[in-house]
Design a protein around this ligand. Structure first.
Ligand SMILES: [Zn+2]
Length: 426
């Protein structure tokens, strides 16, 4: 056991001890505090109000012992309540995470602005009162995501945020495993894939983004008509995957205006965007209407040189792949562009069981168009979580972002599950 040599470090999970999403963690040392994530629960739909957790000073800005909020990555279940945080409370997140959210808001107006006052940078420590926070860039389906190492009061806490080791940035997971932070007292470990009775399946590797690329390329090659890939405009790893798969199958990738806008906003020359070879822009009806009604015609003008129109898709569907949201599928079914084509569902399969998903399946079937599923999770499977725990060698493991907290003891050493709302010592 390490000896406590300072004022110590205490933690209170407000939400996430027994839930995937809505994460919020309060950390205290020497009477000062920081908050890790202010997520909106996944069970609360768009437009549904969820109050902030009861963190003194978070909503009213009236407590100077609150040194700030750290947002690990730009997924709503980690930052969705940020608009209720008082403007005087500092917010730190990744620069590109903030740029992504800002760019997304035109297309998804219910998304709150991240409004950072400072940035998380890979392995650059940040001092907030007594807290020394060292962000570690990680591999996740959310862009610009960080795990956080927090030193204060002579103790060390590591918060994984959300992470995986099978995405486009798998090397970041390997870096964390091969050169881990040492002397970790407590690891707050995400366990999206730690589930009751997961058994052998929980141990299996998940397909890598590279595997998804291969299977998509195979599907594109085997399709005479147009493949329409349905994914999230904010999943940048998947954009890279679809672009590479399109190129491997000799097709031109068309992204919608939302994807093009987000990709350009990140300001990275390595991310596929208008101007890349064999990449164009298809603007679905909903986005044409959005541009017209907002009067923001510069948005259409900015991609004019790269536009491909519905008539061109109809004339030569075999030349292209379209990457877009699910609302574009009915438009392309009705317009005939999907004849002899395929819908590639590149989101969680569970959405297809929901009413909107079942409707989409029905519409595709009505036009005789196949729907295939090519997707992988943004979260590490058990076997990778075990590798991470073995590398970090924490004094104890506390479950978060999981529905399987009581299962952790079966898989990891020194597990101490905690409850929402209770303070405990690191
Ligand atoms: Zn996430």
């Amino acid at each position: 056991m390490r000896r406590l040599t300072g004022p110590g470090l205490r933690v209170r999970i407000h939400r996430g001890a027994h839930e995937i999403g809505g994460s919020c963690v309060e950390v205290e040392s020497g009477g000062e505090r920081i908050v890790l994530d202010v997520g909106k629960p996944l069970s609360a739909g768009p437009g549904v109000h969820v109050p902030l957790p009861a963190v003194p000073g978070l909503a009213d800005g009236g407590d100077s012992s609150l040194r700030g909020v750290l947002v690990s990555h730009p997924h709503l279940d980690h930052y969705g309540l940020i608009d209720q945080v008082h403007p005087s409370v500092p917010v730190h997140t990744g620069r590109e995470a903030a740029a992504l959210v800002s760019a997304a808001r035109f297309f998804s107006p219910l998304v709150p602005e991240l409004r950072p006052t400072g940035y998380l940078r890979d392995r650059e420590p940040l001092q907030l009162g007594p807290f020394r926070v060292t962000p570690h860039l990680v591999d996740h389906s959310g862009y610009d995501a960080y795990a956080l190492v927090i030193d204060a009061g002579g103790r060390r806490l590591v918060y994984t945020g959300d992470l995986r080791g099978h995405g486009r940035k798998a090397r970041l997971f390997e870096r964390l495993v091969s050169a881990p932070p040492t002397g970790v007292d407590t690891l707050l470990l995400e366990g999206t894939h730690v589930r009751a009775a997961a058994g052998e399946t929980g141990e299996a590797p998940l397909p890598a983004e590279a595997d998804i690329e291969t299977s998509m390329a195979d599907t594109f090659r085997a399709t005479a008509g147009l493949p329409v890939v349905v994914s999230s405009a904010q999943n940048i790893d998947r954009l890279v995957t679809v672009y590479r798969a399109a190129r491997r199958s000799g097709r031109i990738l068309l992204v919608n205006l939302y994807t093009a806008t987000v990709a350009q906003a990140l300001g990275r020359s390595t991310i596929p965007q208008p101007g890349f070879p064999r990449l164009g822009v298809f603007v679905p009806r909903r986005q044409r209407v959005l541009v017209k009604e907002s009067g923001e015609f510069h948005r259409a003008a900015a991609v004019r040189a790269f536009r491909v129109f519905p008539e061109q898709l109809l004339a030569e569907p075999g030349r292209y792949v379209v990457l877009t949201g699910s609302s574009t599928v009915p438009e392309l079914l009705a317009g005939g562009q999907l004849r002899d084509g395929v819908v590639v569902w590149s989101l969680w399969a569970g959405y297809l069981a929901e009413p909107s998903g079942r409707r989409l399946l029905g519409q595709a079937a009505g036009h005789g168009v196949r729907v295939v599923h090519h997707h992988t999770s943004g979260h590490a499977p058990l076997r990778d979580l075990k590798r991470l725990v073995a590398a970090l060698r924490p004094e104890r493991v506390v479950p978060i972002h999981t529905e399987g907290a009581h299962e952790y003891t079966r898989h990891f050493p020194a597990v101490t599950p905690q409850c929402d709302g209770t303070w405990w010592d690191v």
